[in-house]
Write a protein that binds this ligand. Structure first.
Ligand SMILES: [Zn+2]
Length: 327
């Protein structure tokens, strides 16, 4: 089997996912004192088969993995953690705040559904689409299982195994408490979904979570830049030869999108939903449309906090307009 070893003793395990990215990059670090695994992939029969093949190839049997670290709670990363925990008898680690998000996410209360409905109505989303999004949520939550036990990590925690001295870094914006693993001796960073080589990671406003996720994301990336020249081992796509250079491109992308949004709003005030379809004019499926709205609103609240945009409340619906000095 021809598995990529981006760094000595670190093997990249491409786990298939039924998403446009096609695979989640999981990693197995052979520390010499047992394996550290990073991310689990989505819980599908194909992904389980892939894991079985890789585990047997690397001879990772029960008890030989010392830790499975999951970068964030999204199902293409956390989905199979409960299964690997059982198969390998391995502790599952995730940032403490991210564990809370995962647990909260799976609790479905009627109040949450009503709160979301009112939020989307205020953004001008048609009722029929709100109902379809809700049905997706319900179906989706029914498929996600969490590990039975957790090891809770915090920003700055370290782990030492063999010659691997790794530090956990908490980053915000893509999810509220994504965890990255940094290996300072060799300037290597497991970036999760926080920094990807080609895709710009989604930064969405989710009602009831971070009130300004784009600001959080930009602040987090700016902190990462202080690591200097670093090789990025991301959770999707190809390796990132220079993380800080890629961060500059991502920051430029968000700055350009802010400008585009301001120029659209300079024509006329719009609801969040109308603005989304102007920013993303291509046809969008239900998932994409929801992410596009989340991304648009992340930019709107960011510009609102900077005093560039303000909200006009018109009955149950909100429209966004430029502050007068921008017009
Ligand atoms: Zn992902």
């Amino acid at each position: 089997m021809d598995l990529q070893q981006p760094v000595d003793r670190v093997t990249l395990l491409p786990i298939p996912v039924p998403l446009p990215v096609r695979t989640t990059n999981c990693y197995a670090i052979d520390t010499g004192e047992g394996f550290i695994l990073i991310d689990a992939g989505m819980d599908t029969p194909m992904a389980r088969d892939a894991w079985r093949t890789y585990l047997s190839h690397l001879n990772i049997t029960r008890g030989r993995a010392r830790c499975l670290f999951v970068t964030h709670f999204h199902p293409d990363h956390l989905g199979l953690a409960h299964w690997l925990q059982d198969e390998l008898d391995v502790p599952v680690a995730m940032m403490a705040g991210e564990v809370e998000t995962a647990q909260h996410y799976l609790i479905e209360s009627p109040q949450d559904a009503e709160f979301l409905r009112e939020f989307y109505i205020a953004q001008g989303v048609p009722e029929a689409i709100i109902r379809e999004w809700h049905a997706l949520d319900v179906a989706f939550k029914a498929t996600l299982r969490l590990p039975s036990e957790w090891r809770l990590m915090n920003h700055g925690d370290t782990t030492h195994m063999g010659r691997f001295h790794l530090r956990f870094l908490e980053q915000h914006g893509h999810t509220q408490h994504q965890g990255l693993l940094y290996w300072p001796d060799h300037h290597i960073l497991f970036t999760g979904d926080q920094v990807l080589a080609r895709i710009t990671p989604n930064v969405s406003l989710w009602p009831g979570h971070d009130v300004n996720p784009l600001e959080s994301y930009i602040e987090s990336l700016t902190q990462l830049q202080s690591l200097g020249h670093t090789l990025g081992l991301p959770a999707h796509e190809t390796l990132i030869p220079d993380v800080s250079q890629r961060i500059q491109e991502i920051l430029a992308h968000h700055a350009a999108r802010n400008q585009r949004l301001l120029s659209i709003l300079s024509q006329t005030p719009l609801t969040g939903y109308e603005l989304t379809h102007q920013l993303f004019p291509r046809p969008l499926d239900l998932y994409q449309e929801r992410f596009a709205l989340g991304e648009t609103l992340a930019h709107v609240v960011y510009l609102e906090r900077l005093g560039r945009v303000h909200a006009i409340h018109d009955g149950p619906v909100t429209r966004y307009a430029l502050r007068s000095e921008d017009q």
